[in-house]
Write a protein that binds this ligand. Sequence first.
Ligand SMILES: [Zn+2]
Length: 132
Amino acid sequence: MPDLPRTLWAAMARGIAGTCPRCGGAHLFARFLKPVARCPLCAQDWSVHAADDFPPYVAIIVTAHVMAPIMILLGSSATLPTWVLVAIALLIAMPMLMALLQPAKGGIIALQWWLGMAGFAPRPGKVEAGAE
Ligand SMILES: [Zn+2]
């Protein structure tokens, strides 16, 4: 019996960390944004997820909220030329965005699994963990 998460947040924390939301013992991703088809430890089928565009949306929202005050602060100082502002923005935003994509996708896959969305069985996370 796998070590099932007790709450949605525990499942999402596992997904954000890149481990299987169901058992927490194996990697969720085979490649950067490609989840494994099936967990090697608990045999959960991850091929049925449908995260689609939601992970990039989350990564963009978080990055934009961090970048906005930085750009307002830098933009209010009239000494920097525009190309320097653009270069600074790209140097901060692009790595941040890339670093957030996989955790966002892992969290979204865990959310879908917990709620029984996409191709997952209806509410498998809640039912399995006895949280009904
Ligand atoms: Zn697993």
